[in-house]
Design a protein around this ligand. Structure first.
Ligand code: SAM
Ligand code: SF4
Length: 320
């Protein structure tokens, strides 16, 4: 096994984000169009064998961390088998999954048993009407039930992700951050990225600094080396994280590579470059992973609502 993959800018690339589907049971306005996406043919998508083979290829190059995402990974029929097999790949030490939480009431326990250690759950609002408006399909009740079950299931660390949307949830910053006082979980605020589909107006972008302005009692907390800058409220059980891809990009410490559900390796979320792996052998996949790492840009370039992401696909098609 090769030890590690250092890219041209000295970054140790060891984290694969694997999108297992571009389908979703929700239609968040900043992510996916109402009508869904033009479905690709089944034979254009990676099979379970290929997904596992890509993880094996990455692990053989020194990747240790894997996050399963989508679309919504829990709508994938064989998700438990995919998780079980990925967790068993030699070299993979951490298996995490990102979900909207809607299907967790049925799947939290089986996912834990399949080897998923960590969960990130998306939750942008605590208001049922706003939740329905933003997701166009789901109910807050379903998402909260999913979070509560996840908390009882023994995942190592649960993180709630809220996309900051001016005029939509900025008034809920204290309430969302306040969840860390009640529950042993982290709440992370993510700046809205101008990419693919979004129906939200330019005014919807607000900087993560707004969280510090609204919550002056937040104190810097011990950092964990991840992309979020961590703070905490006095007496809290979890941390508040700020993820600022626009206002303070974290490209200098980017250690990730993405693989889309249709088999394209992406060196950077915001670049159009991609390296196909569909139909390749494990060795050929490993070569493509090396090529994608070599193509990682130093940073994603300026991003703003005037200067949009060079990636034109929707977030659900790439894997958030
Ligand atoms: N369906 C799952 C979920 O919602 O957690 C996983 C996939 S989703 C694409 C992953 C994350 O990307 C979610 O937390 C979502 O809020 C975030 N996301 C989607 N579009 C975004 C955008 N334009 N800007 C910032 N975050 C975005
Ligand atoms: Fe689906 Fe996640 Fe995109 Fe929302 S953010 S539409 S839940 S993939």
């Amino acid at each position: 096994m090769e030890n590690s993959m250092i890219d041209g800018f000295g970054r140790d690339i060891s984290y694969l984000r694997l999108s297992v589907t571009d389908n979703c049971n929700l239609r968040c306005r900043y992510c996916m169009p109402e009508e869904g996406i033009c479905k690709k043919r089944h034979d254009e998508m990676l099979t379970e064998e290929e997904l596992v083979m890509a993880v094996e290829a990455a692990a053989s190059l020194g990747f240790t961390k894997l996050r399963i995402t989508g679309g919504e990974p829990l709508v994938k029929k064989n998700i438990l088998s995919i998780c079980r097999r990925c967790a068993a790949v030699e070299g993979i030490r951490e298996l995490a999954l990102t979900t909207n939480g809607i299907l967790l009431p049925d799947l939290a326990e089986p996912l834990r048993k399949a080897g998923v250690q960590r969960l990130n759950i998306s939750l942008d609002t605590l208001n049922p009407d706003k939740y329905r408006y933003m997701t166009r399909r789901g109910t807050l009740e379903q998402a909260v039930a999913g979070i509560e079950i996840a908390l009882r299931t023994g995942f190592e660390r649960i993180k709630l992700n809220a996309v900051l949307i001016g005029g939509f949830n900025d008034d809920e910053i204290p309430e969302l951050a306040g969840l860390t006082l009640k529950y042993p979980l982290d709440v992370r605020f993510i700046e809205l990225m101008p990419m693919g589909h979004d129906e939200l107006s330019k005014g919807a972008y607000i900087s993560a600094r707004e969280v510090l302005r609204r919550l002056p009692e937040l104190r810097p907390a011990e950092q964990d080396g991840g992309v979020a800058r961590l703070y905490e409220l006095p007496g809290a059980l979890g941390k508040v994280g700020l993820i600022s891809p626009l206002s303070e990009h974290f490209c200098g410490t980017c250690n990730r590579l993405r693989l889309t559900a249709d088999g394209k390796l992406k060196p950077c979320l915001h670049s159009a470059a991609q390296f196909p792996v569909k139909g390749l052998t494990r060795c050929e996949m490993a070569e493509q992973i090396k090529a994608a790492i070599a193509a990682k840009p130093e940073w994603h370039g300026a991003l703003s609502f005037e200067c949009r992401s060079r990636e034109t696909r929707h977030m659900n098609q790439i894997g958030g």
